[in-house]
Design a protein around this ligand. Structure first.
Ligand code: DLL
Length: 433
């Protein structure tokens, strides 16, 4: 039987959700106009005032916010409430440019934790469960978000954070953890390490995992589910919009329900900024209708995916987003061809490899080089050159069929690529260095 954390809102009819969104949006736009001069100026430049926004149907009239705006307004320019009302910040790792610093009032934290509690409940968590939170704690939102959600559900929470893998396995076994929260790449590594230590899926009581913060393929899901003996659920979010829990997967495991009473989603064409109809692939844009301290309106996430309102078997009515294919800024252009790392991962995993790979792109004599290095699994490991070459050729052919361009594939010995405890770094684009 499907369980809900806030059934009334999670299963509300579409018209009811639109009504809630419209009411909150009108209020939010007024508040931002009054309290955030940076966004008010953007509205003025576009010739819009709060009087023009009467319902969700008017959303398209409002200006977008982008990462560039966050940088321009850093550190306080987008605050929607005085600092005296803010109780916490979180921040991104800032691999590309300046860090994003997001602010929270106590009310913001409360709603964020509710969103995470909805995700945990959808994955089967109750007050009988033991939730091991192996996302990083600290500035990163992963640890704090799932931790707060787990408390709300009443589960016993293990705030272990990421790292120290053998200790993770010991805690999971000794304290009978039933739900694991971490990045999918770390879950895969935990499974790999368990195998090395001689443990199988039956040695740990885990039943579910809540994995997100990075793109992962269906093939990787199957792999993790098998190694850990669990059901693996996807969870999506970003620091600018509070953190994990903007959207989460239910028992149907076919896309993530967006918490629409808090976030209005749109898909736009990233080049023309035109809003696209349901089902189109494009850039995901969110409006947070009730965030107080850091009120993002039409925030361009750069994540590429699509939305569907098809009826879901779980009974939830909120719109579902497909697994993001990657970020528009993750997309590599190699010899003029668009390549998403997720496409490469699919080919590798369909050929029986685990997600231990690296994509290295460089430019030599004005031509892009494209190397894919992937570890053999311990089961397939061999030093027979002929066999290795045959396998490399097969992968190279399959990648060509998927992408339309040729990659130089190298098979590596097991464990030659460093494992990640948080978000995995899989692309090394030397052209940008
Ligand atoms: O990664 C928040 C989070 C923590 C989500 C724990 C889920 C679990 P940021 O560090 O700000 O926040 O990174 C946000 O990560 O724009 C996506 O590109 C990517 N991302 C997050 N979740 C997923 C997912 C957290 N399930 C950025 N699938 C986002 C694919 C994801 N990409």
């Amino acid at each position: 039987m499907e369980k809900y954390y806030q059934e009334e809102i999670e299963c509300a009819p579409y018209e009811k959700i639109r009504e809630i969104q419209s009411e909150k949006l009108v209020k939010q736009v007024k508040s931002v106009w009054e309290n955030v001069p940076y966004y008010r100026k953007k509205m003025e430049e576009k010739g819009v005032t709060p009087d023009d926004i009467k319902s969700v149907d008017d959303l398209h009239k409002l200006p977008f916010l982008s990462k560039a705006d966050l940088r321009d307004a850093y550190p306080y320019g987008l605050l929607g409430r005085p600092l005296s009302e803010c109780v916490r910040i979180h921040s991104t790792s800032g691999t590309t440019g300046k860090r994003v610093v997001a602010y929270y009032t106590q009310h913001d934290i409360d709603l964020w934790e509710d969103c995470c509690a909805r995700a945990l409940t959808a994955a089967g968590a109750t007050n009988e469960d033991v939730v091991q939170v192996s996302y990083g704690y600290g500035l990163f939102t992963g640890g704090a978000g799932l931790h707060g959600g787990s408390h709300k559900v009443g589960s016993l929470t293990i705030p272990i954070s990421s790292g120290n893998t053998d200790r993770q396995i010991m805690f999971a076994m000794d304290l009978s953890a039933t739900i694991l929260c971490c990045t999918p790449s770390y879950a895969a590594y935990l499974g790999e390490r368990m195998k090395e230590l001689g443990y199988g899926p039956d040695d740990i009581p885990l039943k579910a995992g809540i994995f997100g913060a990075e793109a992962w393929s269906e093939e990787m899901r199957k792999d993790i589910e098998k190694t850990l003996g669990i059901k693996a659920f996807d969870i999506y979010g970003l620091t600018e919009l509070s953190g994990p829990g903007v959207a989460f997967e239910c028992s149907a495991q076919s896309g993530m329900h967006i918490n629409e009473d808090h976030f209005i989603a749109e898909i736009i064409d990233p080049d023309t900024e035109e809003v696209l109809p349901e089902g189109s692939v494009g850039e995901l844009v969110f409006t947070a209708v009730d965030k107080e301290a850091f009120p993002m309106i039409r925030y361009r996430t750069r994540d590429i995916c699509k939305l569907t309102r098809e009826k879901c078997s779980c009974g939830r009515t909120h719109v579902k987003m497909a697994k993001p294919m990657g970020r528009s800024d993750d997309m590599l252009i190699i010899r003029g061809v668009n390549v998403f790392p997720s496409q490469i991962e699919t080919v590798l995993m369909n050929n029986g490899y685990a997600a231990n790979y690296q994509i290295i792109v460089d430019r030599v004599n004005n031509t892009d080089t494209f190397d894919v290095q992937v570890e053999m699994t311990p089961e397939m490991f061999t030093d027979n050159i002929g066999e290795i070459e045959g396998r490399q050729r097969k992968l190279s052919d399959d990648l060509k069929a998927m992408l339309g361009i040729k990659a130089k594939v190298s098979l590596l010995a097991p464990k030659s690529i460093a494992r990640s405890e948080g978000k995995a770094v899989r692309v090394i684009d030397k052209r940008k260095i």
